[in-house]
Design a protein around this ligand. Structure first.
Ligand SMILES: Cc1cc2nc3c(=O)[nH]c(=O)nc-3n(C[C@H](O)[C@H](O)[C@H](O)COP(=O)(O)OP(=O)(O)OC[C@H]3O[C@@H](n4cnc5c(N)ncnc54)[C@H](O)[C@@H]3O)c2cc1C
Length: 475
């Protein structure tokens, strides 16, 4: 065994690469191992998020929205577009170059922070000298020693039984982000964040999109008022969404896929699609870690078992991100990565699960933090609420996008903000104010008394806070 490190991180997704950088900032010798390959076989750090998740999906959402605006919204602004055409291959190539910029950025950050990067698969060999021996296999082949190990191996898409991903007709997120010709009929199984974002991309580019969802409620984790508005907007845009369906046999033909299902009224249905995206959730990725060899415990759902501090069943072995319990979000992974590095250094790492924001990057965007109204009711917490529509916001009118609203939920007695829910343009950016406010345990009155720039969409946040006390000024 040649090299010794204070900290070895397995996985360079948002959880892993950020943990490695923070550990290096704290003065440790750090290595990070990642096996992701680009199309030339070279390293592509950044994990699911950078390669087939957050970043490429947002690149495709932006490109498809630009196309949609050019075709539909520009005319309202007096801009006439003639001969509008679509080059999907170029759009996908642009997405790929955005991904590459992010891969390269992480390799640069590793160099800058003196993190040693190994391209290959990392697996446990055995406990040794109060730490662990780790084997690297792939482009690099060697064994190294780690005093502390941070496992950040992420997650993989869940397939439907009997319908394995071939990434040509039956697609996971990976195939969905690499389609180069607009499918005429696109099926999406699963009306969650990924299904709705991918469905929106291809609907804007011209596909007829059918979304099939097993649950009877649309976006059950989202505040009811927001989910209702989202359903209205998405169906108006042309997404055909069927709820409460039971998926049966899926058969891939030569050029199409047939999905048999039972609809919410109990009637047998059959739909034929040119491509089918299956987005029914993700499973933790512990393949190839050789966790059993060292006795690293998994929980009953296959996640690495950790306590509140991300400590595993083994001393000096930590796990963060999608491979452990909690929301599968890049920023949750990053927060855990930073907190673990700080705990290794004897500091007090901090992750507040109550203030993790959620975003769906559809149009309108949906973003929220804290409790929904239905959760407050179920938990019998007395609350007040206030809402403000973007229809009454000057900046939204100038933008030409007045869809949606901001909704505040505050404690009935103390006025502490318990949840903020936004559906509308730039909700992903607007939610940050609510996150900061909730982290500081602010009241709705605090937001209502803060000066917000005019004209800005953020004024709708202030107005919704004012509305909690029945004193919105512009509605
Ligand atoms: C289409 C899509 C869109 C998404 N959009 C968003 C979004 O907008 N916002 C958001 O917050 N989240 C989004 N997510 C979720 C987000 O991508 C994940 O929550 C995040 O990537 C998890 O980070 P991670 O570091 O835990 O794992 P990952 O990003 O999965 O990274 C794990 C890394 O570990 C590597 N690895 C695994 N095993 C080994 C091993 N044994 N040895 C070496 N390397 C190994 C993998 O190759 C990978 O590079 C999206 C996901 C998808 C699929």
């Amino acid at each position: 065994m040649s090299k010794n490190f204070d900290v070895v991180v397995i996985g360079a997704g948002p959880g892993g690469y950020v943990a490695a950088i923070r550990a290096a900032q704290l003065g440790f010798t750090v290595a990070c191992i990642d096996e992701w390959k680009n199309e030339k076989g070279g390293p592509a750090p950044g994990g699911t998020c950078t390669n087939v998740g957050c970043i490429p999906s947002k690149a495709m959402l932006q490109s498809s929205e630009n196309y949609d605006h050019a075709g539909h919204a520009f005319a309202d602004h007096g801009i006439e577009v003639k001969g509008l055409s679509l080059n999907v291959k170029k759009m996908v190539a642009r997405k790929d170059s955005v991904v590459k910029q992010n891969n390269d950025g992480i390799l640069y950050l590793f160099k800058k922070n003196k993190v040693t990067f190994f391209h290959g698969r990392g697996s446990f060999v055995k406990a040794a000298d109060g730490g662990h021996e780790i084997k690297i296999a792939g482009a690099t082949e060697e064994n190294i020693f780690a005093k502390h190990v941070v496992v950040a191996t992420g997650s993989n898409p869940r397939a439907l039984p009997g319908a394995a991903f071939d990434e040509k007709l039956i697609l996971s997120n990976t195939g969905a982000l690499a389609i180069t010709d607009v499918p005429k009929r696109l099926g999406v199984i699963g009306a969650g964040v990924i299904g709705l974002e991918m469905g929106s991309v291809w609907r804007r580019l011209g596909s007829e999109v059918t979304v099939l969802e097993a649950l009877p409620a649309f976006l059950g984790a989202v505040d009811d008022a927001v989910a209702k508005e989202a359903f209205k907007q998405f169906t108006k845009q042309g997404l055909a969404i069927s709820l409460g369906v039971q998926i049966g046999a899926i058969t891939a033909g030569k050029n199409d896929v047939t999905v048999n299902y039972v609809d919410d009224k109990g009637a047998a249905q059959k739909a034929v699609f040119d491509k089918l995206i299956v987005s029914i959730g993700r499973v933790p990725n512990t393949i190839g870690l050789n966790a059993e060899a060292v006795g690293l415990k998994l929980d009953e759902r296959g996640f690495i078992a950790v306590d509140a501090d991300c400590k595993t069943s083994l001393p000096n072995v930590w796990a963060v991100g999608d491979v452990v319990r909690g929301p599968m979000l890049a920023h949750k992974s990053e927060e855990e990565g930073v907190a673990v590095a700080e705990r290794i250094a004897g500091q007090h790492g901090h992750v507040n699960f109550n203030t993790i924001p959620w975003v769906i990057y559809t149009s309108p965007e949906i973003a929220w933090v804290g409790k929904t109204e239905q959760q407050l009711k179920a938990e019998k917490i007395a609350y007040k609420s206030g809402s403000f529509p973007f229809l009454a916001n000057g900046r939204a009118r100038a933008l030409g996008d007045t869809t949606g609203f901001v909704k505040f939920l505050a404690d009935a007695k103390t006025d502490e903000i318990l949840g903020v829910h936004i559906i509308g343009a730039m909700a992903s950016e607007l939610i940050s104010e609510a996150v900061v406010a909730m982290e500081f345990r602010a009241s709705s009155e605090d937001i209502a008394r803060i000066c917000h720039a005019h004209p800005s969409l953020s004024e709708a946040v202030k107005e919704a806070a004012l509305a909690v006390d029945g004193r919105a000024l512009n509605f």
